[in-house]
Design a protein around this ligand. Structure first.
Ligand code: ZN
Length: 405
């Protein structure tokens, strides 16, 4: 097949040769596989290489480190990420302006949580909070915002939207990495969650809610949350509800190494032991009830795990065929991104190779549908990486690429 890219768009796809002008650059695929750029639907671009303590520290440092990681993310073939928490607006702008190479970013901005909820990384010495008083460091840097009433939720949601959030992220229940949120708890009240949904929908977009338990998931769905992050403790009834209502499940095949990273005996490790068995169970429920399922990694505070981004995708082969896994990480994830409606920062079609779609393309040395492990080694197997019609890597002709990498 022949594929013509003009500007940032796939203009024509044809079995017959496409007539080209003098200035058209021709790349001979040589029997390799052309596929859409990969999409990670649950990423935290600001929180990959730093430690938790550093993430609240020097903002300049955090951004520079995140920019370096963003370049590597793109070089792993991830041309788009949905960022579900972190002060990512500056990085996104710098990437869009071409100052830094990195993926397209669908930003949520700060995670919005309750006192002691998932994402509340304050210390006990920060208590008590005076309503309307000084913000803690965590909030000042825009990592997470604490909100304990519908009014506070509205303010924090609208602040993220003002900064350009394409969707809003709340935590509806406990989480593994947070020091003070048990896994079983529901955090926001229905009224608080509803306030977020109203503010987001008034703005033309949607709320994604972190939730593991049936109670937290069902409360979120009841007030209009469109996407559940994780969901790993869901039961049959909840799975059925999600399928019936067309609610997205943003799932992650979390690697064993992530769990082992929490020290034995720690509260986080105990919570991880509760969650991990739910991964297989939830994928099985998602398949059984045909839930709209997006794929992501949720890598946090680990450069080593980030390098496994492709391998984490390939690990979906425990439940899906290679083709199903690749579709999930491209066109299916792109459908979730499009839920941001008019707040979509990159209007146009992503995750597919078709005429009129945005030109985010990978040329793979081999056939990843026959051998999905090819995506585990992008440095070797992705010979061309194109985002928005621009070539960022080309080992066939390095002079055509924007970077030497
Ligand atoms: Zn996350």
């Amino acid at each position: 097949m022949n594929v013509l890219v003009r500007g940032n768009t796939i203009e024509k796809i044809s079995e017959a040769p496409i007539p080209i002008g003098q200035n058209t650059k021709v790349i001979t695929g040589g029997g390799r596989t052309l596929m859409p750029g990969l999409i990670d639907a649950h990423w935290h671009a600001m929180l990959i290489r730093v430690t938790p303590a550093q993430s609240f520290g020097d903002v300049g440092y955090v951004n520079l480190v995140a920019a370096a990681e963003a370049t590597d993310t793109l070089m792993r073939g991830f041309t788009t990420v949905r960022d579900v928490g972190g002060p990512v607006f500056g990085l996104k702008t710098a990437i869009d302006e071409g100052i830094v190479n990195g993926p397209r970013i669908y930003p949520s901005g700060a995670v919005i949580t309750v006192t002691s909820g998932h994402g509340d990384f304050r210390q006990l010495t920060d208590l008590p909070r005076r309503i309307g008083g000084m913000l803690t460091r965590m909030e000042q840097v825009g990592g997470a915002m604490v909100a304990d009433s519908p009014d506070e939720v509205r303010v924090r949601v609208r602040e993220q939207l003002m900064q350009g959030a394409s969707q809003v992220k709340l935590t509806a229940g406990g989480g593994v990495s947070s020091p003070f949120s048990p896994i079983d708890v529901s955090t926001f009240t229905a009224a608080e969650l509803r306030a977020a949904v109203e503010a987001a929908e008034n703005w033309g977009t949607y709320v994604a809610a972190h939730a593991f338990t049936p109670a937290a998931i069902q409360r979120s769905i009841a007030v209009g949350v469109k996407c559940i992050e994780h969901g790993m403790l869901m039961d049959e009834a909840t799975a059925k509800l999600m399928a019936e209502k067309g609610i997205w499940l943003s799932m992650q095949p979390l690697p064993e190494d992530l769990k082992l990273g929490f020290p034995v005996g720690s509260v986080q490790r105990a919570k991880a032991e509760e969650i991990w068995p739910g991964i297989a169970k939830t994928y099985e429920l998602a398949k059984k009830y045909k839930i709209k399922t997006a794929w992501g990694t949720d890598v946090l505070f680990s450069a080593a795990l980030a390098r496994q981004q492709g391998a984490i995708l390939a690990s979906l082969s425990r439940w899906y065929t290679p083709a199903e896994a690749l579709v999930m990480a491209t066109s299916t994830n792109a459908q979730l991104l499009a839920l941001s409606g008019k707040r979509n920062p990159y209007p146009g079609k992503l995750g597919v190779i078709e005429e009129g779609a945005l030109a985010d393309l990978l040329l793979v040395d081999g056939d990843p549908i026959a051998n999905i492990t090819l995506i585990e080694d992008p440095a070797k197997n992705f010979v061309i990486i194109m985002k928005d019609g621009k070539i960022y890597k080309n080992t066939l002709d390095p002079s055509m690429a924007l970077t030497g990498k």
